[in-house]
Design a binder for this molecule. Structure first.
Ligand code: AMP
Length: 542
């Protein structure tokens, strides 16, 4: 017997229809690439997205076409996304921090037909456009007055192009399983791999994200997504914010402490999301300027491990709750969030930080398990490490073109490549990337734990740990440190600070001070490059 309920396809543009109808006047505020702060709302965004769809269709773009975007978080970028999706296209976000050759490779692999680009990135596009075989049109997200001179043909200013449409367009009726978005993962080895989101997965992901025990957002929130739309789907905020009618504050190209603080303050932002490096800059700015955060209630921090000291500072000095989150581009991207279950809600002080330092637990829609080398399931005891595997309706079942097949188990689980343990309450803690974990005497040492501890030292700006070959133990940890500007600290002082806070055999064998630690295009520590830099390094003899 079948249920007798309606077949209402889960399509992304329905989110925007809803936002325009129920929350039409809610503001979307942007620090524009041209400079000024500009204001629009969900009703206007919907109308302009319809125009984008109409205009794309008139230019001959068709269902399934991949359309690139190389842009900051702005209202125009949102309009491009929804317009592309609404005419059946696939938005393909490109990370401008990649090398131009990588962007060319990715665009050719995805066969992008058109490209929406911010003024900031025009120099890149001038250089790479001729190498992209499928590219038919470049739309610059600006108006005629700001249009730069260009050697490219078939290039147009967004506002002029849009003015030729009236928005009298009906969203395409699509299968909810149709592709709507694409994002390549920034793998540190091998070619990038394309993750392809569907309308259904994006809608379900947004419904998962907004829940009280996940991001916990609603119509009275003002949300500042610092996490870029080109990084892991902006953690779903481009769908989840309109789904509940929250005000959106878009930071454009400026993510320095002063710029973020200004938006948090003037727009009365209640919730924000970003990687730890962004918060490091903000906290430094607040400290220097003696500013407070009276409106901000919580920040979602993920992308790489959030240091305990950061969670503590937000809590104790600014009365802001940190929600540590873990996810992956392949997971749309949310996997776990560190909100408090009743089992731990009453904790305070250090005991609360112990839980908040973990990456959190999985909401409905994300199943997870940890396994050993023979795919044997490991217990949830808060100690035993294993490879973290996941499955769910917003998790990839394959990469575009069939790449990376070995990450998908035949029984439907996706191998994240992360190593983690899970405690009896379901809280997961990432201990490493499988390829970074240090194997010492047959046991594993978590580089993330050591890094977290080291950055807690008041003179340390950033820390990274890599394994160095050792004749007896296989590998031993080397701690690499960037000091805070103007501070002095010795190896002995760092080791004394760490002593007693971790197992003796986890203590780094040496500390090396450097000017800078290399990062990937998504802001993670680039351990492959760091290991290369220390290729000839030898540990001191005991
Ligand atoms: P990306 O797809 O670029 O977001 O990268 C996903 C990877 O980032 C994960 O597989 C983790 O290795 C890492 N990651 C994301 N969030 C966290 C976190 N909160 N703590 C530690 N690692 C994280």
């Amino acid at each position: 017997m079948q249920g007798l309920m309606q077949d209402w396809p889960l399509l992304c543009h329905k989110i925007l229809d809803y936002a325009a109808q129920q929350h039409g006047r809610r503001e979307i505020v942007t620090r524009s690439v041209e400079g000024p702060i500009v204001r629009t709302n969900y009703a206007e965004i919907r109308l302009r997205s319809l125009k984008v769809a109409q205009r794309l269709a008139r230019d001959g773009f068709r269902e399934g076409d991949r359309i690139g975007t190389l842009a900051w978080n702005t209202a125009r970028h949102l309009e491009a996304w929804y317009g592309i999706m609404g005419m059946g296209g696939v938005y393909h976000t490109l990370n401008p921090r990649l090398f131009p050759e990588q962007i060319v490779w990715i665009m050719n692999h995805a066969e992008d037909q058109a490209l929406f680009v911010d003024l900031t990135f025009m120099p890149i596009v001038e250089k790479i456009a001729p190498a992209i075989r499928s590219l038919k049109k470049v739309i610059v997200l600006t108006d005629a007055a700001h249009m730069p001179a260009s050697a490219l043909t078939n290039i147009v200013a967004f506002e002029e192009w849009l003015a030729e449409a009236d928005g009298d367009y009906a969203w395409r009726e699509l299968d909810e399983k149709a592709a709507c978005g694409m994002c390549y993962t920034s793998g540190t080895t091998g070619d990038p791999k394309g993750v392809v989101y569907s309308h259904r997965s994006n809608v379900l992901h947004a419904m998962i994200a907004v829940q009280k025990d996940a991001m916990g957002i609603g119509s009275t929130d003002a949300i500042l997504p610092v996490v870029p739309m080109f990084h892991a789907n902006a953690w779903g905020l481009a769908q989840s914010a309109p789904m509940i009618g929250a005000k959106l504050v878009m930071p454009g190209g400026r993510m320095d402490g002063a710029a973020i603080y200004e938006l948090l303050d003037t727009e009365k932002v209640t919730m924000s999301a970003a990687v730890p490096t962004v918060w490091l800059m903000l906290l430094q700015y607040l400290e220097e300027q003696g500013k407070k955060l009276p409106h901000l209630q919580k920040v979602i921090i993920g992308g790489s491990a959030c240091p305990r000291s950061m969670t503590q500072k937000f809590r104790d000095d600014y009365d802001v709750e940190v929600i540590h989150a873990w996810g992956m581009t392949e997971m749309s991207p949310l996997g776990t969030l560190g909100t408090m279950k009743p089992e731990v809600a009453g904790l305070s002080g250090d005991a609360q930080l112990d839980i908040k330092q973990k990456q959190g637990y999985a909401p409905f829609g994300v199943e997870m398990k940890i396994t050993g080398d023979t795919n044997d399931e490991k217990p949830w005891d808060g100690r035993t490490f294993g490879r973290l595997k996941v499955r769910g309706p917003a998790i990839a079942r394959a990469y575009y073109g069939g790449a990376g097949k070995d990450q998908f188990d035949p029984d439907g689980w996706f191998d994240t490549g992360d190593v983690a343990h899970v405690d009896a309450n379901g809280y997961m803690q990432i201990t490493d990337r499988a390829k970074d974990v240090i194997k010492s005497g047959g046991e594993w040492i978590s580089t993330i734990d050591l890094e977290n501890l080291a950055v807690g030292h008041p003179d340390v700006a950033e820390a990274a740990v890599i394994g160095i070959a050792h004749p007896k133990w296989d590998e031993r940890p080397l701690l690499v440190i960037v000091k805070k500007p103007g501070r002095e600290v010795t190896k002995e002082q760092i080791l004394a600070f760490m002593d007693g806070k971790i197992a003796k055999w986890w203590m780094p064998d040496d500390v090396s001070f450097v000017e800078a630690i290399p990062h990937t295009a998504t802001g993670k520590i680039q351990k492959t490059t760091l290991r290369d830099q220390f290729r000839d390094y030898r540990l001191p003899s005991p």
